[in-house]
Ligand binder design. Structure first.
Ligand code: MN
Ligand code: MN
Length: 468
């Protein structure tokens, strides 16, 4: 027998609100979410870096009938186009049935993740071990990157402009690479360091060999031996590293986490956990009212600077080209456009609860997070979404039955961060952050919930399919 409601509990139900755990409220989603996560895990396993994400997305778009945007052609509702920026960012569009002057619907996620880049002159030897020197990219906690298997991804352009592509350390038969740390027996002095210096930047040196070139006249035989192997396998010399983008990333595969398999553990989920559902939502949107623009961008982790990041004009130029194609003034289109800045938020961590403010934190399994503002201190460096735009996005999600929650990055003055939202806002476009809560964000093995991933996909689809 359900308990009889008192007057107070009835009013409480009407007036108070708590964002529910989806598994409690909609257990029927668990199976669907688990199925969706299988495609996501595959994506993560083959897309560790931005170039690989672009290649994956381009192949999926072409397979679905998208063609490279051609300004000379005249496009109509239902036509599908895409464009690639320097192999590291990609844009995709379905033309809508409404006049483009009514605005476009943009969903922007980033496909770069924190990692260790090789320095431009990386190869050295010390005391009979050969190493790569690295320079970290994005915000990492350096001590987390020691004693884990690393893989080598990226590209080296040879003198003749041909390319050597690297994807080494992912197949079970591949070698992996490694940053050493001290054994506890000898770590007494290192243990006195602050955690931020547990491993220092210049200690993130990657072991790549320990065999000497067999000639005692060679000055640095361990360095020469690895260079010889690289030359034989990839046709490169040491000087070619000056023409390279090599990224060292965790070699682990995505895994289910927990006895109930409710969570996904993997490297690079910030922000591929938004990029993947964004791509799927774009692919599944066939005849939208509003023209869609899905952006998978680079460089977010270093402040969106650089010509493949959102600080560049490449997105503005692409949308302007769409407008010109439709005979519309881009400024008018921007003013009427709406954007989801699809990026992750920090999931509440019960073990480290003091950096969160519980009523405004986002929780695993409570759905996609709507983050009104990011930034640090007094919302500095944030694009604070308007009440009106929040109302519009919430309405779209509510009508589609999406499970969503609000979330701040952490307690006031506990820290902060930013996303691409501020750069979208610079185009005079309405924008708000929406994405998946992540546990251990920026670590080599981040955790997300399958239910949150699934509802993020539902939110992106609802945003593209909404008719108003
Ligand atoms: Mn992010
Ligand atoms: Mn990030």
């Amino acid at each position: 027998m359900p308990k009889k409601k008192t007057g107070g509990t009835k009013i409480e139900e009407e007036l108070c609100w708590e964002y529910p755990n989806i598994a409690e409220k909609a257990p029927e989603q668990i199976k669907k979410a688990a199925e969706f996560a299988e495609g996501y895990k595959h994506f993560l396993s083959v897309c560790k870096i931005e170039r690989e994400c672009v290649n994956y997305a381009e192949a999926a778009l072409v397979e679905a009938g998208y063609e490279r945007f051609d300004p000379a052609k005249k496009y109509k509702a239902g036509d599908r186009v895409y464009d690639v920026n320097r192999g590291k960012s990609i844009l995709a569009t379905v033309f809508g049935t409404r006049d483009i002057r009514d605005g476009v619907r943009i969903n922007g996620a980033h496909i770069d993740s924190p990692r260790l880049d090789l320095k431009p002159n990386p190869v050295y030897e010390k005391d009979e071990i050969a190493y790569f020197k690295t320079h970290y990219y994005g915000g990492i906690r350096k001590y987390q990157w020691g004693t884990i298997p690393l893989a080598m991804h990226g590209v080296i352009v040879r003198k003749d402009q041909t390319k050597a592509n690297f994807n080494l350390g992912e197949d079970p038969g591949d070698p992996v690479f490694y940053i050493s740390d001290l054994l506890p027996h000898l770590a007494a002095k290192q243990n006195q360091r602050p955690l931020s210096e547990g491993l220092k930047g210049e200690e993130l040196n990657i072991i790549i060999g320990s065999t000497p070139y067999p000639d005692e006249d060679v000055r640095e035989p361990f360095r020469l031996q690895v260079l010889k192997i690289l030359n034989e396998k990839y046709g490169i010399t040491e000087r070619d590293f000056a023409r390279a983008e090599i990224e060292m990333v965790p070699a682990d595969k995505p895994r289910d986490v927990g006895l109930d398999r409710s969570l996904v553990g993997a490297y690079g989920q910030d922000d591929k956990v938004c990029a993947y559902p964004a791509l799927i939502a774009q692919l599944e949107t066939k005849n939208p009212a509003f023209t869609t623009v899905t952006v998978l961008t680079d460089k977010e982790e270093i402040g969106s600077l650089g010509n493949t990041g959102l600080h560049s004009d490449y997105v503005r130029n692409y949308i302007t080209a769409l407008c010109e194609n439709q005979g519309a003034d881009a400024k008018e289109v921007f003013a009427n456009s709406a954007c989801l800045s699809a990026d992750v938020n920090s999931a509440y961590d019960p073990t480290f609860s003091d950096v969160f403010e519980k009523k405004n934190a986002s929780y695993l399994n409570h759905g996609v997070v709507l983050t009104k503002y990011t930034g640090a201190r007094g919302k500095s460096g944030s694009s604070d979404a308007s009440a009106e735009y929040m109302a519009k996005v919430i309405d779209i999600m509510d009508r589609a039955g999406v499970y969503w929650q609000i979330g701040e990055l952490g307690a006031v003055d506990a820290g902060g961060g930013g996303t691409i939202a501020q750069f979208v806002a610079m185009m005079n476009i309405d924008v708000v952050d929406l994405g998946v809560p992540v546990l251990s964000m920026h670590s080599p093995f981040e955790i997300t919930s399958k239910l949150d991933l699934y509802n993020t996909y539902l939110a992106f689809k609802a945003f593209y399919e909404a008719e108003d």
